[in-house]
Structure formats: C-alpha cells, structure tokens
Design a protein around this ligand. Structure first.
Ligand code: F6P
Length: 562
C-alpha cells in the first residue's frame, strides 16, 4: 500500500495557520494527530471495529431527505472523524462555503463567481453577483425553457413540414453533454413517450452519422449546447447537422424551427444562424461541469417536462440547504469529502470508484469523472504555488453489478486501496421485484465482503485447496448511498451531494476547483496540427514521434481534406 508523503498534510488548513502566524507544516497538531491516527487505524480491522461496537451503523450514518449515507464501513473511529472535522474547520470550509453562496469571485483565475446553487435556489433568496441579484434572470430563463418545452412536448411546436417533433438531439461535449445525458438516462421512467432524446458529442464522424441515420429532418429538433459556442467538436457537429437538415429542408428559414442554442455567447449563436429568440442563456458564473441545472438542462426538461425538471432543482436545493446549514460533523457532503481526503492523503489511495447498482445511473461515473477530475485535478494551489500533497483522485466506475463480473477481483484481492461509493435505490421503477432483490442482495454482499473479507481459518473451514488464493483480507472501505426511489428530486440531491463534496475537497487542498487550464494545451496543439495533416511538405516542427506519426498519416491516408 502506498505510504503517505512527508508533506501530505500541507493542506489549506495549514496555510490558514500560516496566515495566522502559527506553526505550519506536517508537524502542525492536526496533521500530527491525523498521521498518528493513520498509524493506529492501519493496525485495526473494520471487522473488529464492528464487533466492538454494535451501534457503529447509528454512529456513522446520516439521512438527509430521501438519501441515506452509511459510512460505517470506513477505516475510521470517532476520533478519526473528529480530527478530520477539525481539518475542515481549520481549512475554513464554512467560510469558503459562505463565499460561494455569497457570490464572491472564488474562481480567482477567471475572475468569476461560482453560483450553480443560484440555478436551483427555489427559495428565491437574492443571490448577488457584482451587486446584481441574479434570481430574476435565472427565473426568466427557467420560465422561457418551460414554455418552449411545453410547446414541443404538446406538439404545438411544429417542424417546417407541419409535423410534430419526435426527436431531440443535444449537440455538446463535456459539461454540455455528460450532465444532460446522465440525467435523461436516469429519469427514463419520466420521459415523454413520443419524444426521443439523442446526444452527439464525439467529433468522430461515426457518432453524428450514427445518430442522424435514423432521424427525419422534418421531425428533429437540435439543441446546440455550448457555454462558449466555440468548442471545435460541438461546432463541427452542429454545422454537419445543419447541412444534413438543409439538404432536405432546402430553405434556411426553416432553421428557426429546428435549431435552438444554449450558450453564454449570444454573438456566436447569432453568427451560427440561430435566431437569438431561440437562444437559452446562462452565465459565466455557471461552470460547464456544474451546468445541468441551467439552460444546458433543456434536453432534460424536454424529456421529462418542466414540472419534473423543477423537482430536480428542488432536490438539489434541498441538498444545498443541508450543506449550508448542517454542522460539519453531520454534513453529508463534508463527510464524504473528508473520507476522500483521509484515503487520498493519509492512505495514499490513488483512485475512487463510483458503483451505481442502478441501470438508470450507468452514466453517473462518467459524469462524476468530469465533475471531480476537471475540478480538483490540479497541481498548483489557488495562488499558483506547486502543491506537495496529493489532490483529486482518479474517479472511475461502472454499473456495480456488471463490475462484479469484471473488475471487482482487484477491489477484493488486489494490492491497491480503492475506496468506493455504492449507490442503489430502495424502490425500483420497474415491477421486476425478483431482479431488484438480487440486485440489492449483491449490493449488500459486496460492501460486506469488502469490509469483512474472509480469514484464513474461515477459508480453511470451506476448502483445503489453494487456500491462500481464497483468503480475502477485507478492510476495504466503502460508502453505501441509498435513495428511496430514483425520482428527479432524489437525483437532484445526489448530484448536488457530489458537487459539494468536490467543493469541500477543493477547499481542503486549497485549489481553485472551478477553472480547467489543463485542457488548453491539447486544444492549441490540435489547432496547429490540423492543417499539417494535409500539408504538402513533410512535417518536421514537432518532436520525432509526433512528426513521424503525422507523416505516416499523410502518407497512408487516402482521403483529401474536407
Ligand atoms: O475543454 C473542456 C471544456 O471546456 C469543459 O470544461 C466544458 O464542459 C466542455 O469543454 C464544453 O465546453 P462548451 O460548453 O463551452 O462547449
């Protein structure tokens, strides 16, 4: 197992201590205590902790609305949690939380506020950015989306030939794709029966072709979703869709009935040929990966209707209220964040698995991958100083039940510590109770097996061959998250739970979780390489590998540029 780095406790708590002129560094009392705690916990097995404390579940679980978090199968004691909460206090999580809700420009490198909470501020309390209450414009866009969605869903909105819309295609990538796609999938039981949702993100032409193949331009509505409206993949796919549409519709005037835009960039939307009246706006204080609550969620609203979309917002708002008001030691996002820090910075865990036991949540791992890794995958702190501690882990995962038959071997018997979140609903939407019972039994069995393991004695009692291979060490941590039913409200709570978890970890690691400079270099290089792919002269301006690959492509590609 990885060892903790000498300076792994140099979190922002320590930085705030420095500001107060106190002793700093890994010898700071909280760090020292957490390191000592790690040493003593490392020698304990959760099996024994459970045996010694019949109330361990009550002690380490928390219910917020319809979401139950059981975090008792973690390598913690009350002392551990007390120390971790102290870390959060010293990192000033409460202060940063108020700064976020207060509309301060905590995204310091882009000079922006971080106010996705305003998008679901169902209590309508004023939220101020630059002296302006943003709520009236938030509400106006929700109302505009609602009116539009109603027209499309009811069939009042007609395509150019008079047909009703049967297919909605969201063209976007990253935050303009993953959130809506995940939510539309998650809320499948609530979807309009005559309106299909499709998502095009990949610049690989195979994606746009595959989706358009089955569609009829007369009955298709495109949502071009891009915060910047400059993203190459999205704009290229949108232009292709436009050409495909016009090949049949013939008249550019028909575009108005079949293309709408979601963006912060009115000028670019107009230049693309979309009527600004068909543009749904959002603002620079909404990060792309936090934008499903904004007009970027238009495809969700079209799929499930305005009422259900509002329920999604209500759910997120309920989690926001909990996050803002609950004491840190009874605060679900804070607890999840602290457990993550515990394994990341003290046990040296490199990754964190998201394991939904719910077919409808199969895209949640991919969604959270962007939310978390684009937010906290940073190696300089908010002031640009290189960090000497680990920050965001690798987030990965897949449908849990399928994972059992694929990668769980490593979780149970591999050499790495992989903390995991298991997510399930108590009541399914379908009526296949026998299926759901099996799903639940497996969900429970896996977290139990990971925690308990199977000792040598227990194994020997069952078998005499290959005994060492069949021993399970156990002591693998997991959180169990149980929703009552995967309703829009519950989904809103769940997603907001993770958003705030990411926020808290960003504060503890002293990061700006809301910029993403790491995505720039590749984009710049791709722009430079693109014309070189079909240049006349041999390319020699890169490293030997890149040059050779470009030249190989030039030689071997039989295509001419589009
Ligand atoms: O390149 C990364 C990124 O900027 C993400 O942060 C964002 O969600 C995605 O691309 C799409 O950006 P846009 O909505 O501006 O097209």
């Amino acid at each position: 197992m990885n060892q903790i780095k000498e300076n792994d406790c140099m979190t922002s708590s320590i930085i705030s201590m420095q500001e107060h002129g106190e002793d700093a560094g890994p010898h700071h009392p909280v760090c020292r205590a957490l390191k000592a705690q790690h040493a003593s916990i490392s020698a304990m097995h959760m099996r024994d902790l459970f045996a010694a404390d019949p109330a361990r579940f009550e002690r380490f679980s928390l219910q917020v609305g319809d979401v139950l978090l059981d975090y008792s199968k973690n390598r913690i004691t009350e002392e551990t949690m007390g120390l971790l909460v102290r870390l959060a206090e010293e990192a000033d999580v409460a202060g940063w939380r108020e700064r976020m809700f207060g509309g301060e420009k905590i995204n310091n490198t882009e000079g922006r506020a971080v106010l996705h909470v305003a998008l679901r501020n169902r209590g309508n309390q004023p939220l101020i950015v630059d002296g302006e209450d943003v709520m009236p414009k938030v509400n106006a866009v929700i109302a505009k989306m609602g009116a539009f969605a109603e027209r499309v869903r009811s069939g009042a909105w007609r395509g150019y030939s008079g047909e009703r819309i049967t297919d909605v295609v969201n063209i976007g990538i990253g935050g303009s794709d993953l959130g809506p796609q995940m939510a539309v999938q998650a809320l499948a039981p609530y979807r309009h029966p005559q309106l299909k949702a499709h998502f095009i993100s990949n610049i690989d032409g195979a994606h746009v072709k595959e989706v358009l193949e089955s569609l009829n331009p007369e009955t298709t509505l495109f949502i071009v979703a891009s915060k910047t409206f400059t993203t190459q993949e999205t704009m290229t796919n949108a232009n292709h869709a436009r050409t495909w549409f016009l090949a049949q519709a013939q008249d550019e005037r028909h575009i108005a009935g079949h293309f709408v835009a979601v963006s912060t960039n009115r000028e670019a939307v107009t230049a693309f040929g979309i009527d600004p009246a068909n543009m749904f706006e959002f603002w620079d204080w909404v990060g792309g990966r936090y934008s499903l609550w904004s007009a970027i969620g238009l495809s969700i609203m079209l799929a499930v209707g305005a009422e259900r979309f509002i329920e999604l917002l209500d759910g997120a708002h309920a989690m926001d209220a909990h996050f803002r008001d609950a004491p840190l030691d009874r605060n679900m996002p804070v607890i999840l964040a602290l457990l993550g820090v515990w394994y990341n910075n003290f046990f040296g865990a490199q990754s964190h698995a998201i394991l939904p036991y719910d077919h409808a949540l199969r895209s949640l791992p991919a969604y959270l991958q962007q939310a978390d890794m684009e937010s906290n995958g940073k190696s300089v702190d908010r002031d640009g100083k290189a960090v000497d501690y680990d920050t965001g882990p690798i987030i990965w995962g897949a449908s849990g039940i399928n994972g059992q038959h694929a990668f769980y071997q490593l979780l149970h018997q591999g050499t790495r510590l992989v903390p995991a979140d298991f997510i399930v609903s108590v009541e399914p939407h379908d009526d296949l109770q026998a299926h759901h019972d099996i799903l639940l039994a497996n969900f429970l069995a896996q977290t139990e097996a990971l925690m308990r393991g199977r000792t040598l004695d227990e194994t020997q009692a069952q078998t005499s061959q290959f005994v060492q291979h069949k021993v399970f060490d156990g002591n693998h941590p997991s959180n169990a998250i149980l929703l009552q039913t995967l309703t829009p409200h519950a989904l809103g709570m769940l997603v907001a739970l993770y958003e705030h978890k990411i926020f808290v970890q960003g504060v503890i690691w002293n990061l700006n979780s809301y910029d993403q400079w790491g995505v720039e270099l590749g984009k710049q290089l791709a722009r430079r390489i693109l014309p070189e792919l079909h240049a006349d002269a041999t390319v020699a301006s890169h490293d030997a590998s890149t040059n050779a690959l470009i030249n190989h492509y030039r030689r071997m590609s039989r295509r001419t540029p589009a």
